[in-house]
Write a protein that binds this ligand. Sequence first.
Ligand SMILES: [Zn+2]
Length: 359
Amino acid sequence: MRLLSSKLTYCFLSLLLGVNRPLIAQVDVSHMVVPADWLRKHVFMLASDSLQGRETGTIGQQQASIYCARSFRQSHLLAAFRIDSVQGSFRQTFAFTTTEVTLYGGVRMNGKPTYKRHELAPLPVTARDSSHVSLSHNVGGLLMGTDLKQEVVVLSAHYDHLGKVGKRIYHGADDNASGTATILSVASVFDSLARQGVRPRRSILFLLFSGEEGGLLGSQYFVANSPIPLHQLICDLNVDMVGRADDYHSKKPNYCYLITGSQMNGLASLASRANDQSVHLALNDGGYDTDSDPKQYFYRSDHYNFVKVGIPALFFSDGEHSDYHQPSDTADKIDYELLQKRATLVFQTAWLVANEEAK
Ligand SMILES: [Zn+2]
């Protein structure tokens, strides 16, 4: 999740259309859970020293994007992006510039904490263009649905984090290796169902963004350059920080915030139904499901870029804790039993959304 720091300021699917019968939408998957060992493997990899904190535009972030793309490929997803009319890609490249600013939006001054704010820039054409910008990547894979496959449910998380300062690596295990691991693992669960002939009615687009920490850049670029027309994206289920408990819940960690802002949409009630028939977490215990909350969580992760173009969103999060945006946000501190429950809630919610009668 990004800091609360400054003012927040050719149809690919149609090529794949064919005749499908509405397979098995009534299948009961409420017993299915996301395996904890899959989640653990992904979190330890993404938050490892070798990826150097996955800062947008660095080699560590690029290596993380390759790791995620490989996982999507192993889950038999279709590449979501196009290189040309023939070749697909699991990665979408965007360009950006970087400015160092204070936490309060001003210019850098001695002694004040700073962070890097990124802004999208045109993709470089010439070598001279390249010297002014850095490149980064979103990662995306598509699972085709059946009779309603033109309608697409987005499942998203950001995989970038803060990189390192000097020799101190900001590992970002909860923020947001936990959400990335959730998306990768949920994709694998859908794949295991698909290989048994069980597919959701609607298609599911699994998206992993970079550029989140510096200004929700990857999702901003995606929404402006989606390979699927936006009117086909029926919602975004976004996952950002789901492996820990905040201070309010330190003694009762079986909870999850489901944040919708002031949008009136049916996603929260579907998630509540999914929760009732599976993991039984306390939902929004302690508040936060409002856009007037001082923490302003609704505006602080990638779902907000979908909301801005009229796509309903639901945001799964654990809030903030003492290791938030600290080098101490490490993989050994993740509660994997808790992460498994929240990832299972994401899967169960996605299944219901993808199979509901009316969108
Ligand atoms: Zn963050």
